[in-house]
Write a protein that binds this ligand. Sequence first.
Ligand SMILES: [Zn+2]
Length: 430
Amino acid sequence: MPQFTLHTSTLFNAKQKKFIKDISVTVDSDTGLVTKVYSRNDAEIPFPDTLPGGDIDLRGKFVMPGFVDAHTHIFLHSYDEASAVQQKRDESMAERIIRAVNHCRKALLAGYTTYRDLGSESMQESDANVRDAIARGLIPGPRLFVATRVLASSGSYESRTENSMGGHCLPAGADAVDGVEEVRKAVRRRIAAGADVIKFFADYRRRIMRSPPAQQHPYISSVLHPPKEPNPDYVVFSQEEMNMIVSEAKLARCPVAAHCCTLEGAMAAIKAGVQTIEHVYGVTDEMFSAMKETACIMVPTLAIAEKIHSAKFTAILAQTKRAHELGVRLACGGDTGTFSHGDNAREMELMAEAGIPIEDVLEACTVGGWESCGGDLCGRRFGWLEEGTQADIIALETDPREDKNALRKIDFVLKDARVWKQEGEAIGMI
Ligand SMILES: [Zn+2]
């Protein structure tokens, strides 16, 4: 039976940012879409003892649209297990793809029905291939929107070692390009290679990655080798190059995400017209007002900041709260992969810890995620439930307004009208 209905007693309406009562949602497994959302009046028409075949009773649970993680890396596993350099140097492509398959399954079971995957981390265009394998039903996983290789200027986003002699002895992490014409070509290359989103580095650490005793992740500064900050972030593209990236991507109706760890990089990226800025530290109200003017979304990646920027983490939480107060659009993306896939909810927990109301956090992790994928440019609607949106529905066991661990208690997962988890157990996975 292609159509069936999910019955809820508490449903989060992500557009209204409200929990609403006694709603049923009919979905179509042929199209993967929601066909109808309607209110029940259980007082007048008692809820039946036996449901029609295929219907699912989610009453008593906290139901909402599937989560969207707006900043992930499917090919990375936790830096606590191995640094980015070790993963790129020591793990075969086959191993990394197999890990990605596991990561995608874990993410789906954690309630994440969409990933915006911002860079394949030396795996070339394999992210687009994994995306297509999921879409073709070969493996379970979130719907992926991928960046393939990130754009960066020469030498800026590479694992720079003391033996690289200015070249690269590790698989290249980026599409390294310089100059306005080259970045134009690179955007065209990325789109042709399967990118759904263009990601570029506005700034990055530009020195050798190993400052004694060792420096990749976490950042450990040296006591012996000046300067005080051994490997600061500096802008890596000129304003003209950033402008070209955005204007060329626009021709292909492709959104652009910019990695920005400095205010200078962020201001240039916002000026260029990027859709989202990732990370960003040391911000100002002036930057937030520039973001509002261009409807730029902030993806604060608190979950990774908590791990690698512990010294300034209180300030990072405070600036995220400030962004929210000023009405800057937020999306939830943890830089997942640098910590374990499946623990994605850490980003939402930290947003709540920053003082953002849970309803706004849930909205940032649903509708905000869709917008960060380009909104209607991405060709699908997800993150809320109405006729024609993707049938991505999850149920939490407990109320996230009362239980701060609720976002990890995923009882039920439906993606594209297919059930992947029910009563807390995986379904249909080999
Ligand atoms: Zn990232």
